[in-house]
Design a protein around this ligand. Sequence first.
Ligand SMILES: C[S@@+](CC[C@H](N)C(=O)[O-])C[C@H]1O[C@@H](n2cnc3c(N)ncnc32)[C@H](O)[C@@H]1O
Length: 197
Amino acid sequence: MTLGQRFARLVTLVVVRAPFLWRVFRKGMTRQFDRLAPEWDETRVSRERLAPMIAALEAAPTPRRSLDVGTGSGAVARLMAERWPEADVTGVDVSPGMVEEARRLGRQHYDVGDAAALPYGDGAFDLVTLNNMIPFFDEIARVTAPGGHVAIAYSMGPRTPIWVPLERVRAELERRGFLHVADFKAGTGVALLARRP
Ligand SMILES: C[S@@+](CC[C@H](N)C(=O)[O-])C[C@H]1O[C@@H](n2cnc3c(N)ncnc32)[C@H](O)[C@@H]1O
């Protein structure tokens, strides 16, 4: 793992246990992803890497409004727009450089925003996705509409620099009232789909 990947892994470990510490790392993480943004889509995004998220999306009902959190160059937002042309798809990322790339590559709506304090109303989305992203569970739960779904994927399983074991993801979501729908293994990674009753 590169130094940057080790940093991302450390931040993930800390922030999942103590979300309030995110503010300590926010600047550093934003800078790191701003630096990576121009080459991200070409070097880190592929159909194989997206396979776990695709498996979870295939099991999710058609959304009216979906949100991809930590969207990076917008790969998952584009996937959703391709799969559900009628859906209103938004991507959000803390890195302005990533959002610029996402806007360059796709026509979905993209915002610069922090997953720790999402700039959206309660229950605004009926599908929320995170691919290789640190989950801020309270905010995920807040913006997911009743009856809505959450899909969380890690494209290289435990080898993904930003990685949270699915048992942990499931437990945190269940603590907030979500029901587990299914786990998926595809390509080199894993994913989970949950539903808010
Ligand atoms: C490993 S990349 C994954 C990007 C994209 N989901 C993909 O699979 O290609 C993690 C992304 O999450 C973003 N990110 C990290 N922490 C964030 C936060 N608190 N709020 C919003 N975006 C965040 C980073 O800027 C980066 O674009």
